[in-house]
Design a protein around this ligand. Sequence first.
Ligand code: PLP
Length: 416
Amino acid sequence: MNYKNTADFAIELDSKDELRSYRNEFYIPLQKNGEEHIYMCGNSLGLQPKRTKQFLNQELDDWATFGVEGHFHAKNPWLPYHEFLAESYAKIVGAKSTEVVAMNTLTVNLHLMMVSFYRPTQKRHKIIIEGDAFPSDIYAVESQIKHHGFLPENSLIKLRPRVGESAIRTEDIAEIIQSEGGEIALIMLGGVNYYTGQVFDFEIITKLAHNKGITVGFDLAHAAGNVKLELHKWEVDFAVWCSYKYLNSGPGSVAGAFIHEKHHKANLPRFAGWWGHNKEERFKMPDKFNPIASAEGWQLSNPPILSLAAIRASLSIFDEVGIDKLVLKSKKLTDYLVFLLNSIESDRIEIITPKERGCQLSIRVKNGDKKLFDSITVKGVIADWREPDVIRIAPIPLYNSFQDVFKFYTILEEEL
Ligand SMILES: *Cc1c(COP(=O)(O)O)cnc(C)c1O
C-alpha cells in the first residue's frame, strides 16, 4: 500500500477501517488536559473493555444473592466457570477446547508445565531459551535446572543474534538443534520475544526439535491475542500465556495454559491439586488423585471467578471480531508506523524489530538516551522503556487508530 505522511491520510485510513467502532468498547485513559492519551502500551497492560464491569457485576450480584449456592445457582455457575472460557481461549491459541485451561498466573503455569515436561537425565538435560528472554522466564528455567541438580552454566543455552543483528535466525536455532540435540531436553521460547518483538517460527522450530526428541514449549505472553497461532496443528507440547497484555483482562488477571492432547493420557508427572481431579468424584473427596484427561487435569485450585469474569468479557470481543481480522488490521497499523518512522531523518533511532512481528515495534535509542522517552511521555504518549535502550510501541488493532499512530509519529519527530 502507498502510505502518506499526512494527518488527512490517517483520517482516511480510519474511516475505511472495519474495526474502528471497537475503540468505543474500551476506556482510553485521559491526560490532565482532558484529551485521550496516545496509548501504545497494550503489550504491557491492555485497556479495560467497557463491558468488563457488567461481567464482574453479574458475579458480585450472584455472590450477594446466593452465597455459596452460587457455585450451582449463579447465572453462570462457578463450579464449571472456567469451562466457559475454554472455547474462546482455544481460538486465541489455535487449539482444541480440551487442550486449554484458564488457571493461575503465567510464571506459575510455566513452572507447572516444566514439572511435567522438563524431565532431565544425565545425558539430556539442556534447555534452550532466548538470551534476552523476559527475566521471569530465565529465573523459572534456571530454578528448574537447579531443582533437578544441574547447573545453569552447563544446562542453559541462551540464543543470541549474530553480531550486528537484533533478531535470532531460525537457521542458527536449527544449527544448535542439529549439533547438540541429543543433550537438549526442552526448548522454551517466548513465542514473540518481549524485547525485540520478534515472532519465532513456531512450526519449523517444533518440527526440528521433535525430530531430535526434544520437547517444545512457548511462553505466549506477547503472542496470545497478537498473532495467529496454531498450537494444535504445529504439535507444540505446551504453552502458557497471561491475559492482561493483549487479552485486556486486567492487571494480574488469571493466565492460560495449553497442553497438546497427545499428552493428556500419558500419565506425566505433575504437581496435583483437587481442581485437576476427575469432576464426577471430586466432591467425594477421595484420597487418590485421578486427573481429568484434558488440560483441566493440571489445575490446582478452584479459580478466582472475578478474574475469570474479566477474561470472559474480553474474550467475547475477540470472539466477535475473530483473530484473522485483528491480525489484518494489526499489520496495516504497524506497517503504517514503520513507514512513518522510516520517513524521519535522524540517526538517533533505529527499529530493531524484524519483519516477522506482531504489532509491537521496538525502537532502539542511540546511547540509551531515556530523555527521548521521557519527553514523548510528557506529550501524552504512553509507551514503555526497556533497559538498556529500547522504547516499545504497540498499536493495538482493537482500540488504536491510524490517527494514534500518526500522532505518535509527529510527537516523536518533534522531540527528535
Ligand atoms: C509479561 C511476561 C511475564 C509475566 O509473568 P507473570 O507471571 O504474569 O507476572 C512472564 N514472561 C513473559 C515473557 C512476559 O512477557
